[in-house]
Design a protein around this ligand. Structure first.
Ligand code: HPA
Ligand code: ZN
Length: 335
């Protein structure tokens, strides 16, 4: 079953590139760049991965990102992710990045996007992994700062697939970012947003109706609102769910109580993703396996989850058809 899950052709749609920083790379980059870290060792970093909630994770996540300075750093980070993702069957990835985390430290937007994009091109050419980049606004910073970030991004628009919204959710509703999302969509960018991770179902409604998002990231608290669940199902709005993240950030006490399969059974288009893999105990394959074990999924159900990831992606139709054919051939060959 483990081999079947890892080999299953899939798309990853909820992955923060800064959140793929392994402790070993954190130390290597800190040494290379002369940055001092608030940890004595790799083991001390891993020991700090004991989270109470989203904010306690974000504090460590932003501290780690401080060792990323040069274009090559962003390249190395992204390349390391792509190799691990490919080993987990990922054939297409839509990747978040947080420019404000870097521009606030004096790292130019072009440095960040340039390094990530160069790795994504190599990922396509050398690993066969296609991809897109989604620029996230930090919702715990101001709407003006988000607008400035979009302005700085527009000269690089050709490298971007869309915009998203992340960081500390509660107290920062989607409606705060109505204007910048409207502008981004008018520029032809796709829109997604984290909503209903720690925040209420009302934030999911706002993400849909005020920001005009095509997908909701996490969205687990949608389950508290039956009318919303019915709408997500009727409109087939995908949820990009991250089961191991939700357990580590205590959104659910244990994986068996996660609502992914309940929402699936209610007709919602759910997908499995890794969010920030080293911080939460696993890449996307680990997340599929955790769900498989918790709910006793069979191969057909795993196939359906992988098919959902392809359907929910922003890939062009021909690439979707290609990956769907690959998925079907894989499942058939597995017997
Ligand atoms: N939620 C909000 N912001 C984030 C996350 C998350 O899971 N990961 C990285 N930034
Ligand atoms: Zn996330």
């Amino acid at each position: 079953m483990e081999d079947f899950v890892r080999g299953l052709p899939k798309a990853e749609l909820h992955l923060h590139i800064e959140g793929t920083l392994e402790p070993e790379m954190m130390f290597a980059l800190a040494a290379r760049n002369g940055v001092s870290l608030p940890y004595a060792s790799v083991e001390a970093v891993r020991a700090a991965y004991e989270f109470e909630n989203l904010q306690s994770f974000l504090d460590i996540y932003y501290a780690g990102a401080a060792c990323l300075l040069h274009e090559q750093d962003f390249y190395d980070l992204t390349w390391a992710y792509l190799e691990r993702a490919r080993a987990d069957g990922v054939r297409h990835a839509e990747i978040f990045f947080d420019p404000q985390t870097h521009t606030g430290r004096g790292v130019a937007f072009a440095t960040v996007v340039g390094g990530i994009h160069r790795a994504l091109e190599d990922g396509r050419d050398r690993l066969g992994v296609t991809s897109g980049l989604i620029m996230c606004f930090l919702r715990d910073r101001s709407a003006e700062a988000a607008a400035e970030t979009l302005q700085a991004a527009l000269p690089h628009k050709a490298l971007l697939l869309g915009v998203g919204l992340d960081s500390a959710e509660v107290g920062h509703p989607p409606s705060k970012f109505a204007a910048v999302f409207e502008r981004a969509r008018a520029e032809g960018l796709r829109a997604v947003a984290h909503a209903g991770e720690e925040g209420p179902a009302a934030y999911v409604w706002e993400a849909l109706d005020v920001l005009g998002v095509e997908r909701v990231d996490h969205g687990v608290r949608s389950a508290e609102d039956a009318t919303l669940v019915a709408r997500l199902a009727a409109e087939q709005v995908p949820l990009t769910m991250c089961p191991l993240s939700n357990v580590r950030l205590r959104v659910f006490d244990r994986i068996e109580n996660h609502n992914i399969m309940r929402l699936h059974d209610a007709g919602v288009l759910v997908t499995v993703n890794s969010d920030d893999p080293p911080y939460f105990g696993g890449y996307v394959g680990e997340n599929y396996l955790a769900v498989q074990r918790a709910f006793g999924l069979d191969r057909g159900q795993l196939r359906d989850l992988a098919a959902n990831s392809i359907a929910a992606s922003f890939m062009p139709g021909d690439r979707k058809a290609e990956l769907t054919a690959e998925l079907n051939a894989y499942v058939q060959a597995a017997g």
